[in-house]
Design a protein around this ligand. Structure first.
Ligand code: ATP
Ligand code: MG
Length: 349
């Protein structure tokens, strides 16, 4: 039996997770996709219950699962706590060897007017950022040398770069067959290696076009001509910054999902936003980020493309009727939006 570990986490995590699971359960009820759920603790919820952000039981459940769904982690409640909720996620990434973070950025017809950027520039934008998660300056050695000097080290190995490049090229093969590799090779040694490995790997994917772009230029083009991109692949820190920039294109954080791919084949799916403590418990959070996380799981982990397409269609229909949460300018609650999507999905099936 397919097993999914569910980590609701903190803040709006539980509310939106309930929405995602509600939609997924339609397929179980209709006999289209069977699975069992194991719900485990992580983050602040785990600190409250057992005193640490990543209990062993959670790791064990994840390791024996076919996929993992995560809500959100953290919040001001744990500000003064010795244990950090976020440490749970970092440790989980490490334990599960999650090496690539994939963020699709799509500006749909229903959302195009919400973006701060001019409509004609962004209508039809559809790209994916593939961010390397295990190397680079975030995993270097930060050192305060003395009161007036500090240093960080940035290390990348050929193996790490090759692995993320292959993930990007394989993804591009299922899309518009273009990879933009982003680096700072005019300055950084790690970026020179990055570019060289990108060229080497591209030889194995003759059907995919590879282009290189410097990160500063990429940051600009992302706003001025976002339609140019198909798959962007970049290192850890550049990916962190560019993916937050990209999220602005869609107008709300509440519609963006991500997957983190693992060497083990057990991938993790989560919204890109945080726990949104300012709106937690009010039944106003946008559930789409979690519902799209579920569709990413259906596609990436279970190859259930048709089921994922059905959910996308149901969401589109509901949005076209103006049924949206506050962040998208609507006045429907989390549970109402979810209920309408469920009804639409049942109709489509
Ligand atoms: P983190 O540090 O965990 O990334 P953050 O400080 O970036 O968190 P978020 O929790 O992502 O903050 O929230 C940023 C803003 O976006 C908040 O005002 C929050 O209410 C809003 N927001 C985030 N997710 C949603 C959602 N699903 N629906 C509606 N609004 C959301
Ligand atoms: Mg954030």
């Amino acid at each position: 039996m397919t097993k999914i570990t569910v980590l609701k986490g903190d803040g709006i995590g539980p509310e939106i997770m309930d929405a995602g699971l509600n939609i997924l359960s339609v397929f179980k009820e209709k006999g289209l996709f069977d699975y069992e759920i194991s719900e485990e603790l992580v983050g602040g919820a785990a600190i409250d219950a057992v005193g640490k952000p990543l209990p062993e039981k959670t790791v064990e459940s994840c390791q024996s699962s076919d996929a993992i769904l995560l809500g959100a982690i953290g919040g001001p409640k744990w500000d003064d706590c010795k244990e950090r909720p976020e440490a749970g996620l970092l440790a989980l990434r490490k334990q599960l060897s999650l090496y690539a973070n994939i963020r699709p950025i799509q500006v749909s017809e229903e959302l195009v007017h919400l973006s701060p950027i001019k409509e004609d520039r962004i209508a039809g934008t559809d790209f994916v950022i593939v961010r390397e998660l295990t190397g680079g300056i975030y995993f270097g050695e930060p050192r305060q040398l003395n009161d007036t000097e500090a240093l960080d080290t940035c290390v990348y190995t050929k193996e790490e770069i090759e692995r993320i490049m292959r993930a990007a090229f394989e993804l591009a093969q299922t899309r518009r067959k273009k990879v933009t590799s982003v680096d700072k090779s005019n300055v950084l040694a790690t970026s020179k290696l990055w570019r060289k490995v990108a060229e080497e790997v591209s030889q194995d994917y003759p059907d995919v076009t590879l282009e290189h772009q410097l990160v500063d230029s990429c940051a600009m083009v992302m706003i001025t001509k976002p339609k140019e991109f198909d798959v962007i692949v970049t290192e850890n820190m550049f990916g962190d910054i560019l993916s937050d920039e990209a999220s602005v294109l869609t107008g709300s954080l509440g519609v963006l999902a991500s997957s983190s791919l693992s060497k083990t084949g057990i991938h993790l799916f989560e919204p890109i936003h945080g726990s949104a403590p300012d709106i937690a418990g009010q039944n106003v959070a946008n559930p789409l980020s979690m519902i799209y996380s579920v569709t990413m799981m259906l596609r990436d982990s279970f190859k259930q493309y048709k089921l994922a397409d059905m959910v996308d269609e149901a969401v589109k229909k509901v949005m076209q009727k103006g049924i949206m949460t506050k962040d998208l300018g609507g006045n429907y609650s989390t549970t109402d939006v979810t209920k309408y999507i469920r009804e639409e999905l049942i109709e489509i099936i």
